[in-house]
Design a protein around this ligand. Sequence first.
Ligand code: G3H
Length: 466
Amino acid sequence: MENQDLIVNGQNLSGDNGTIEIKSPWDLQTFASVASASKAQVEDAVSNSDEAFHTWRYSSLSERVEIFNNAIKSLREDSDRLAQLLHKEIGKFEDDARSEINRSIDYMELMISALKHWKGTVYYGDLDPKFPRNKKTGIYSRVPLGVVLAISPFNYPINLSITKIAPALLSGNTVVLKPSTQGAYTSYEFYKHFAKAGLPKGVLNIVSGSSKEIGDPLLTHPLVKLIAFTGSTEVGNHIRKVSLGVPLLLELGGKDIGVVTKHADLDLAVKEIVKGAFSYCGQRCTAQKLALVHSSKYEEFTRRVVEEVQKLELNPMIDEPSASFVMELFNDATSKGAEVKVSPNHDSNKLSPAVVSEVKPEMRVFYEEQFGPLMPIGKYETEEELLKLVNGSPYGLQASVYTKDIDQAFRLADKIEVGTVQINAKPDRGPDNFPFGGVKDSGQLMQGTIETLDLMTRGKMVVVNT
Ligand code: G3H
């Protein structure tokens, strides 16, 4: 079994707390192990990143881009192996794992292009009659913050770390990455390419370990200047509480509702909603997690969803507790009157797709995030009723509106309180140049390309007085 040490200051360090075994969701056999860091080790990692910051912040953009281009080249050469590792480690289908690796390398290229359009501003002092022309000129630029703490989730360990790390490093910050344990092994393998590409020691340190042991020491470290986290709402809210006033970029849970209006193209709505609900077994914050269907389309929509869902073959869930949680929501809904349209088979972390209809707000599955292969379907009559149901959700990541009526599309998009409204498509974070983020329990601030460069830097004014 392969073991991976921590990477701090360019050195491999064994974990003070031993190692953590990672089991592949496909067969529940041990896949690899990673070092388990202690509190003292993560504190050292942050201090070391802070030291590296004082040099890295003065590197020129062209040096950073050159390192990124070298990394892109060597990552492309290694992408098949990395995709295989990811496939085994987090239970993603091979094509999906390949797509995550390639998308992440493409994002690095996207960020390099974004730098060409990242600009400061000049302010003219002569707007104030006290100052003649050219007497006082303000140059407003962006400067890095320091150590960025990046915390990535199991479902996109590479893509949801690179979308934090690439903008952080390119804008002159240094990074401590704490990957989710499941996904940590592939993350170490992916980021080794940065050292090989010439990234100086300490600019990117990677520490794996138990969140209980190293979570708060990282989150509350005084040298951490920004926290970028993707994961559960529960952990996100904990970060909101303990972080010491540092800026937070939080991408949390979602309950992305698919609204099927009476003007919907049903072929499209069924296809998108089924794909949106079940890809990667529903373990995506942007999965389509509830369909609300106008009463005129309800019967036909439900019948056609059932036909499609019966054809699906899903990957396993990440672990047994995640599958059991989905069953808990399923049992709660059926005990309160939901109709079982497709019944799930549950065996350990393997869960087949399920569909329940007639779901109502008093059932937990109406507003709780299932993060698994269960599609709840509810009904509505009027737009007023619909908006009350949709905006009553504690989440606010994305929503989809299926309609051929452009007026209705704009009307609903304007009133639904989420980060992104998709018209006639399933929720999706990509394309990766699109700003993405949520409100309420789904997080705060929108990441993107230039948007993230701005979030990970602060404004600085230099006033030239002549
Ligand atoms: O799980 C949360 C991800 O941000 C979803 O990304 O829409 O590309 O699957 P995705």
